[in-house]
Each structure stands twice: as C-alpha cells, then as structure tokens.
Design a protein around this ligand. Structure first.
Ligand SMILES: *Cc1c(COP(=O)(O)O)cnc(C)c1O
Length: 470
C-alpha cells in the first residue's frame, strides 16, 4: 500500500516512511491511495477474533511493509488485559436495547487516546530501532493526547517527547497526570494560550523543514496516520459487539474535536463496515456541526474558542478534517489545496450548493451540538436511568447520539474518557465525586515537572535545540 498527500505534492510512499512524518511535505495529510475493501466473508471470519487478533488483521492491511510476525508481536504487546483492564479491551455496555456505550478509556490515562497511542509507542520504538534512528516528538495537547503520548513513550529507547499544553486550562487531574511524570525523556511545556496556539506552534516548527530534519522532529498529534489506523479497529470491534450478524447496521456517535476519532470511523465505513451513520457530536465549539449542517467550514480564532467543560473538544480548527474533505471532493488534491489555502488565511470555505456537498449523505455523516447544560442533564440522566457515571465528552456524544437514534439500528456512543478525569463537572451534575480507578487517589499531590512558556514558535525551537543536543 502506498500513501499520498491530500494536497498532491508527495511521491507515493510506504507506511514505514510516512509513519514518523506528521504533515506531508506539501502541508497536506497522508492517506492511502485507496482504502482496502473488506468483504462479507472476511467480516464473518473477523467477528470471532479477539481484540489483538482483529487489530493485527486490520493494521496489517495498512502497514504492509512491516514483517507480519513483527507486527503481530507489536499488536499483541499493546492490546493486553493488564494494560486495558479486560480481555475485551473495549467492552460494550448496553444501556438499553438499541443504545450502547463502547468503552474506549480503560487504558493508562483513562481516555480513548490510549487506544492508538499505546500502539504507537511500541511501533515507533520498533521502527527507530530497525533504522538506528532517534526521534523527538513535538506535540500539542488539550489534555488527553499529551498524557496518552507521554504514558506511551515514557522510557522508550531513542524517543524524547516535548508536549505543549495550554497553561492552566486542563483539569487538575489531567495536569497532574502529565506533569507528574519524572521520566528524563518527557518534557512538559505549558504555553500561555489555548490549545490552538499550541497546535499552531507545532505546525510552524514542522514547516521549518531544515530545523525539523536537523533536530529529528516528529509528531504524534491526531494527524498521525498510524493513530487513525489503530482507531479503525474499535469501530469493527464495536460493530461486532453490538450486532448478532453482519447483515445488521449500526450507527456510531463520536464526541469530536480534531476529527481524528470519527475519521477512523469514516475509513472503517469506506472499507465496507456496515455503518449506517457517523454522528459527529461537538460541544459549544461547533465548527464541525456547522459544516455538516450547512456546508460552511469556518475555523475560528483563539478569541472565539470557548473554554468548556468538555475541554478535549475545545477546538476550532479540526486538523483531521482535511482527510474527509479530500474524499468528499472526489480526491481532488487541487481543490483541497485551494480550500486549505483559504483556511490558513483565516477565511474557511463554503461548499453549500456544490456537487461535493450534495454527496454528503452518501458518507453517512450526521451532527449535533451539546452545551454545558446538556452535559449536566445527560450525566444526570445516565446516572439515574442506567446507573452509569459518564464523563463530559461522552455526555456530548450520548446527548447528540440519542437525538439521531433510529428504530432497528443500534446507536453505539463512544466513551472517550472516564468521569474521574473531569471531577468538578461530575460534582456539579451529581453532587458527588466519581469513583477513581485504584492507584490514582492522590495524583494531584505528586511533584510536578513542567515549564511555563510564551506562545512563540521561536522560543520553542530554542528550547528544543537546547534539550536535544544535551
Ligand atoms: C481527543 C478527545 C476527543 C476528541 O477526539 P478527536 O479525535 O480530536 O475528534 C473527545 N473526547 C476526549 C475525551 C478526547 O480526549
């Protein structure tokens, strides 16, 4: 399988070459030249597989230049009961007939980002070891990506992590999770700004090709292709768990920010998984909901980004969205390059009335938005009706997912974090603290290792240079 850029400026390359790449050299995102197709007979075989077996079968389709035995070992080392808390890895919780929650946040950092990142840690270490290279990961996080990356990469050979996070904007639990790591290869940089400032710095550094090559900079934020691929697996797993046979369809509701999670759902659907609808749920930062309703994509600036109680979705520019739009416009790289030139100029674009937007229903997307009041109400309802305490992001997904329920089609709502990460809002909704997983009782009291810095790409470059030569 060869990979190309959404903007058309990259020679087709194999998986191992794009794995460490982040943005393509032309500023676009990488995608396979075509999606592998999974037929009915294959689905029938896959239905009985364990999570790691299924993950191996799916990932090998995309990572076909890694020897199968090595890939199998990496996958089985990753998706273990002792890391993810159960042999199912992603257990399905049925709330009532036709309404389920797919648990994706039983990994080390209690958010779905672990699903892909734990695999990436093992995969990166393997590929770097094979090549005798090292890598300095520069990332931006609104909370969950950063801790997932750090917990996946801590102690790994030939890897350093430099993680930018918005100063003071993550929950105390999230801050404690990241900043308490004392590993030498982990660097926490708290930026005076919001998440998009952090992301812009990563993009600016990545655009400096000379610096990037010299300092061996890579990324693991949600544009990393291997992350998207690893996420494709749980759509299949969730489909099998929610259905009795492969004639049935399901819909997925996905709490969305950077469009990485639901992008994996889009790819699973393009591969032939019988997904009826992919429901994009946003919080008050509803740039994606606006697009799916109107065709208008209007990324907003820092000043217009709401700080909400589902902070991992406080995103006004959805970095993975370009992958879907590439498919939507018939894989026309010139069109995508033109649209993203306008995005980068702060304008956005409008597909209303175009043939491309007329095809949007063929891709199965629906969308909706959830506010702070909705989250509180949904958390209360889930507790009262089903006896489950859900986190604020999962609440956004459940709220919007319930709005789009259809008879005869299970709605599978993706749980993207555990309630323990967002204690304050749970207390606001339920008047009591959520249970914390064992071992995390006192995490806020641990000593922190973090540097507060201004939102400047030049400053971050200097920091990287100083800490990479050392
Ligand atoms: C990252 C994250 C999201 C948003 O996922 P995207 O892939 O960015 O759309 C939603 N909920 C939680 C808890 C997250 O950590």
């Amino acid at each position: 399988m060869k990979y190309i850029s959404t903007r058309g400026g990259m020679a087709p390359a194999p998986f191992s070459d794009i794995l460490l790449m982040g943005l393509a050299p032309d500023g676009g995102l990488v995608l396979p030249e075509s999606y592998p197709q999974v037929d009915r007979a294959t689905l029938d075989t896959w239905r009985a597989l364990s999570y790691p077996e299924l993950a191996f079968e799916i990932i090998r389709l995309f990572a076909d230049d890694i020897p199968a035995d090595d890939l199998r070992r990496l996958v089985f080392d990753t998706y273990r009961e002792d890391v993810f808390g159960s042999a199912d890895i992603t257990p399905l919780k049925v709330l009532e007939p036709g309404l389920c929650i797919l648990e994706l946040s039983n990994g080390p950092t209690l958010a779905f980002k672990d699903m892909a990142m734990q695999f990436l840690g093992n995969l990166f270490e393997y590929v770097l070891g094979q090549r005798g290279e090292s890598l300095n990961i520069l990332g931006a996080t609104s909370g969950d990506t950063g801790s997932a990356a750090e917990y996946a990469m801590r102690g790994k050979h030939n890897i350093r992590v430099f993680m930018l996070s918005p100063y003071g904007l993550m929950s105390p639990f999230q801050q404690a999770q990241m900043y308490s790591l004392q590993d030498d290869n982990i660097h926490n940089l708290a930026v005076r700004g919001v998440f998009d400032d952090c992301q812009d710095i990563v993009k600016a550094v990545s655009r400096d090709h000379v610096f990037k090559a010299r300092r061996k900079i890579g990324t693991v934020n949600s544009i990393n292709w291997a992350r998207v691929v690893a996420q494709v697996v749980y759509y299949f797993k969730g489909y099998f768990a929610a259905t009795a046979g492969n004639d049935e369809q399901v819909s997925f509701s996905v709490p969305s920010g950077n469009f990485g999670n639901v992008c994996a759902g889009h790819i699973a659907r393009m591969m032939g998984l019988p997904i009826r609808h992919l429901v994009v749920a946003t919080n008050e930062n509803d740039v994606l909901d606006e697009f799916f309703r109107t065709g208008r994509y209007r990324p907003r600036g820092t000043a217009d980004t709401h700080i909400t109680s589902s902070p991992s979705m406080d995103i006004s520019k959805a970095s993975n969205f370009e992958r879907f739009v590439f498919d939507l416009v018939g894989r026309d790289p010139k069109a995508v390059a033109g649209m993203w030139a306008r995005v980068d100029a702060g304008e956005g674009f409008d597909l209303a009335g175009t043939p491309a937007f007329a095809r949007i229903a063929d891709f199965g997307f629906q969308s909706g938005k959830s506010t702070h009041a909705d989250r509180l109400e949904t958390i209360r309802r889930a507790d009262a009706r089903y006896g489950v305490v859900i986190d604020t992001h999962t609440a956004d997904g459940l709220k919007v997912g319930e709005e789009w329920r259809e008879d005869g089609v299970p709605m599978v709502c993706l749980e993207t974090a555990q309630a323990a990460k967002f204690e304050d809002t749970i207390v606001e909704a339920l008047g009591r603290k959520p249970a914390r997983p064992a071992g995390l009782d006192n995490i806020e009291a641990l000593p922190k290792r973090v540097e507060v810095v201004d939102a400047s790409a030049e400053l971050i470059k200097r920091y990287l240079s100083e800490h990479i030569d050392a």
